[in-house]
Design a protein around this ligand. Sequence first.
Ligand SMILES: [Zn+2]
Length: 307
Amino acid sequence: MRHIVILLTVFMLTISQKTIACDCNSEGEFLKVAPKSDFVSLIKVTKYLTFKDIEGKQTPMSMEVEIIDIYKGKKTNKPIIAVDPDGKKIVIVSTNPEFRAKAFADLQKLTSTQLVLLKNGQVIEAHKLANFPKAYSESKIELTGEVTKTFDNNGKEIPKSTGTENTLQVIQDENTATIREVGVGLGLGGKPAPTKNETQANGNKGFDPKSGGGDPTIFYDSNSCGDQIANEDGTYGRSPQSGLNHELNGHGLAIIKGEDNMQIIPTLKDPDTGTKGSLDNGEMKVRTTIDQKGRVEQGDSKRDIPK
Ligand SMILES: [Zn+2]
């Protein structure tokens, strides 16, 4: 058994994890730093040595670890500094494995880039794992996505350009978008989680362009086909993933960019409900851009847009 002492200079450490990935740098998230590093290893924390109070939580600042496996390089006597192995971006949070699988599969349908769901809930692009030894990658993965295609009536493939671009923007942004199951637990602000598809922002950050954006939480009903949503061809409804596209790539991305606009447009009547004066600018932008393009890419009817 080899023991070394780790000095922590970043405090984004996930304490609950039994094993963490460590690196000699603190220059970003693990997947970004590791390929450029001389030494990459899997460690097990055997003892926490010192703690610091960070926002009321006793956070370990140094620890003694056991090296389980070395993936790259040789152990030296240089101090090793831990970095956050979890990263941010999109996470699917649910104790229900069926929901995790369905939400991840629906997310994958939106993009032509293959995704993986890691065991910590994080969704990343599959090619990001290519730099790592197979055994390491496999130990981190909960599910690997399968890229699916959509075809038009003539059998011609419809490229998922918009869905791919927007989904990757959410994944690559520093802000975290969290996907949660509707009706389970508490939503933001301690209120019960919504029972229908909804996107919430942490505080009001998402509605203030000056703030640089916030972290959206998407409450997603993976079984809902939106039966009350009117389409321009007179039908109702859409695939569940088009609902996820609306919330994540529409409202979620707007919150991330700090661009959501909740100004009501009093003259508009919502075709779904017949109610006048209930639609805001942000909702209209999502419906006319994200929804319509996404509907085509998913093989769904286009949405009825109020005039
Ligand atoms: Zn909406």
